[in-house]
Design a protein around this ligand. Structure first.
Ligand code: MTE
Length: 325
């Protein structure tokens, strides 16, 4: 496969690090313990998939730790991060992705850049990886279902990749599309969601220094169940905004039609900023259960923007976050 060379980025355009440290409030009172599901109707798969085995032999990555992006919370274990997942392309139970994602082939892999940019085309993953020094960042990860984790990701700023393609002034949004291949992704043979999985951001959100293009966890290549070989993570947003196994990024003038709000517009919005004051119609978002602490541990209070308000609150000045949930 012949792919064009990755466009150059000027050093002055590389994302500036902004110092911050995370606060973590004390444990909150115990509230509801029931686990939520994203899908409204019944029809969840029966539990019983085998427990995840960490991807033995995942290649070690070269990276430096970025001390400016380190949540003070204790990171979850590798087993928790890679064994309790949402990746509906491999089934809807939390252990399905680890059990079934072995069928995904992550090499060769290419990323198509399309839409409102001066440079578009299809690029090899290897070239992208060569061009972006990797760093470790420990991020809080809050799922809309009410659970959370703390994850030492390895990746690089999403904005540094996007700037290479010189988005035009018409580019107001960025759309991320997951691989569509029912052969490799058995969950796509079922109509649980409208495949492929599509997510999107406003372009200023995508350019925020917190937005991370993730390629690894705990210093090793990302296991398939976490969205190998390329997934984003936006730690101030509910986890569903962070699309996995991305094959296409499109700059657009219009807000993209994204998977969850298209399926259930009353339950999931385009913004999906973590917000303890705006409940999901079927459960409270005021607190969260930290994976690994056990079902009966007290829940933690959820923080506005998942604790990242200092970095991102200015993006939403003047926006009604109750309407734009
Ligand atoms: N991306 C794709 N393609 N398919 C999915 O089902 N689930 C989302 C998000 N990205 C999902 C996805 C949801 S709901 C969450 S909470 C996170 O991935 C989970 O990421 P993790 O399994 O790495 O914790």
């Amino acid at each position: 496969m012949r792919t064009p060379k990755l466009p150059h980025i000027r050093p002055s355009e590389i994302t500036a690090e902004r110092y911050f440290r995370m606060r973590r409030g004390l444990l909150a009172s115990a509230l509801g313990l029931a686990g939520a599901s994203l899908i409204p109707a019944s029809g969840r798969a029966a539990p019983g998939a085998p427990a995840a085995t960490p991807a033995a032999g995942a290649a070690a990555l070269r990276y430096t730790r970025n001390p400016h992006f380190v949540a003070v919370d204790k990171p979850n274990t590798y087993e928790e991060i890679t064994g309790y997942n949402n990746f509906y392309e491999f089934g809807i139970d939390k252990t399905d992705p680890a059990a079934n994602a072995g069928s995904l082939r992550t090499r060769p892999w290419s990323l198509t850049i399309a839409g409102e940019a001066e440079v578009t085309g299809r690029y090899n993953l290897e070239d992208i990886l060569k061009a972006h020094p990797l760093e470790e960042r420990i991020y809080r990860h809050r799922c809309v279902e009410g659970w959370s984790m703390v994850i030492p990701w390895v990746g690089f700023p999403l904005g540094d990749l996007l700037k290479r393609f010189r988005p035009t002034s018409r580019a107001k949004f960025v759309e991320f599309t997951t691989l569509l291949d029912p052969q490799q992704m058995p969950g796509q043979r079922r109509g649980v969601l409208d495949w492929p999985y599509v997510e999107g951001l406003r372009i200023d959100e995508a350019m925020n220094p917190l937005a991370l293009m993730v390629v690894g966890v705990y210093g090793r290549e990302l296991p398939n169940q976490n969205g190998a070989p390329l997934r984003v993570h936006l730690p101030w947003k509910y986890g569903f905004k962070s699309g996995k196994s991305i094959v296409r990024i499109r700059f657009s003038a219009r807000q993209p039609r994204t998977t969850w709000p298209a399926a259930w517009p009353d339950e999931y919005g385009f913004y999906a900023n973590v917000n303890p004051n705006v409940d999901h119609p079927r459960w409270s978002q005021a607190t969260e259960r930290r994976i690994g602490e056990g079902l009966f541990a007290p829940r933690h209070p959820t923080e506005m923007f998942n604790g990242y308000g200092e970095q991102v609150a200015s993006l939403y000045q003047g926006l009604d976050l109750r309407r734009n949930f």
